[in-house]
Design a protein around this ligand. Structure first.
Ligand SMILES: [Zn+2]
Length: 109
């Protein structure tokens, strides 16, 4: 049973069991962080960590989760940028119930 020293920014240093931590590694950029819920203030604490710390946490049994960046980050919008005129038109549409109903009907399903 491994005990791991961690630090909550509010409550300070504490000793946690390996099952109280989670290790997350992003497969797209290899960034790693460990997380835990502080037993004193109940806030989730997240801290980035180096490859060396990742290896040590895995060695002592901290559960590892791999995740990917959301696909939306890689999407590029098409069409012209939103202009001031577009914003004015949108505001006027929001103030007109009939125009708003028309706009909603035109949305793709
Ligand atoms: Zn705390």
């Amino acid at each position: 049973m491994a005990r791991i020293k961690a630090q909550c920014p509010t409550c300070g240093d504490m000793i946690l069991h390996q099952s109280e931590l989670q290790l997350r590694v992003c497969v797209d950029n290899d960034r790693a962080e460990y997380l835990f819920r502080c037993p004193v203030c109940d806030m989730t604490v997240s801290k980035g960590c180096s490859d060396r710390i990742v290896d040590r946490l895995i060695d002592v049994g901290v559960p590892l989760t791999e995740w990917s960046l959301p696909a939306e980050l890689f999407e590029r919008p098409s069409g012209p940028p939103i202009s001031h005129r577009d914003l004015v038109r949108f505001r006027l549409t929001l103030q007109d119930d009939e125009a708003w109903a028309d706009a909603v009907r035109q949305l793709p399903q």
